[in-house]
Design a protein around this ligand. Structure first.
Ligand SMILES: C[S@@+](CC[C@H](N)C(=O)[O-])C[C@H]1O[C@@H](n2cnc3c(N)ncnc32)[C@H](O)[C@@H]1O
Length: 290
């Protein structure tokens, strides 16, 4: 059967995506081709020729991406740490920024005595991203994850099952509200680490179509200043952490010092540190329970 060159189709896709306003046209064009071929993007050069039908499928996929459907909804996966998660409509797509919080969390767990089973709580788990990445990296940890949105929770359950099939330690998922004073009361003062990537975008912020039209709004907006959910879940974090336990909360780049001030005013935290992302913008605040 005649095979056709892939590279010209990729080059054309880059131009189509650039014209549509996609921020990373080269990377996305290559990711979509790699997805169809079932190979890693770095190995595309090893497949210079493909079946003509594959190019038809490729152009259809590129057209959908040009309509600003998120790349991860088209490939069906998003990565965090060492794991891949299933994602799609109804759940927030995990972002690369959250890798920094994840790396901080692992470093934090390293400081605990090695004969101690770390208790970890992921507030606002979405697809299960942080909880499952931590469970994969630290099979000894007892990980609990909370999500209020039934659609997102379905994705988290699916991902949790996929990770169990890969041999990871199961996590415990809860359909609950992170601001509820009765949440996980059995763990009051027992938790070593709380991680949270809550909804934190200030209402009215301008968003790309991939975000505004495809991420659930419950996952995005945190009231007028972006801190609504964070403000209301701070008592939960304080209540759950043991003295000396730590937390990290991701936030909008416009309110790093506001969140640090919020935790300082609360009075029960020490070592409140703002952490920047790779672009140097404030991205998460970490603190220790006094
Ligand atoms: C920004 S997404 C983050 C998801 C995941 N942690 C990640 O990093 O990909 C925030 C998640 O918090 C959930 N959420 C919003 N308000 C909540 C609440 N009060 N209690 C529990 N979950 C909540 C949303 O449904 C959404 O899945």
């Amino acid at each position: 059967m005649t095979r056709v060159a892939l590279r010209p189709a990729i080059n054309q896709a880059v131009e189509t995506l650039r014209s549509a306003g996609v921020h990373s046209p080269q990377a996305d064009a290559e990711h979509l081709a790699a997805h169809l071929l079932g190979v890693d993007r770095t190995r595309l050069v090893l497949t210079p020729l493909v079946a003509p039908e594959l190019l038809e499928d490729y152009r259809a996929l590129v057209d959908r991406r040009a309509q600003r459907i998120p790349l991860q909804h088209l490939t069906g996966t998003a990565a965090i740490g060492e794991i891949e998660l299933a994602v799609g409509p109804g759940v927030f797509v995990p972002r690369p920024e959250t890798e920094l919080l994840f790396a901080w969390a692992l470093a934090q767990l390293e400081t605990l005595p090695h004969d101690h089973t770390p208790v970890v709580v992921d507030l606002c788990t979405g697809s299960g991203a942080l909880a499952l990445a931590i469970a994969q990296a630290r099979p000894d940890a007892d990980v609990h994850a909370i999500e209020i949105d039934p659609a997102a929770l379905q994705w988290a359950r699916r991902n949790a099952d996929l990770r169990i099939a890969e041999g990871d330690t199961p996590i415990t998922l809860y359909a609950d509200d992170v601001t509820d004073p009765n949440l996980l009361t059995e763990f009051n003062g027992e938790v070593d680490l709380v991680v949270a990537n809550p909804p934190y975008i200030p209402e009215g912020a301008e968003l790309d179509p991939e975000v505004a039209d495809h991420d659930p709004h419950l996952a995005l907006f945190g009231g007028p200043d972006g801190l609504d959910v964070i403000r209301r879940m701070t008592p939960t974090i304080t209540r759950l952490l043991r003295p000396g336990g730590s937390c990290a909360i991701e936030h909008d780049d416009t309110n790093g010092s506001d969140l640090a001030a919020l935790l300082a005013e609360h009075g029960d935290f020490t070592d409140i540190v703002e952490h920047p992302d790779l672009a140097g913008k404030p991205r998460f605040v970490a603190a220790t329970r006094a």
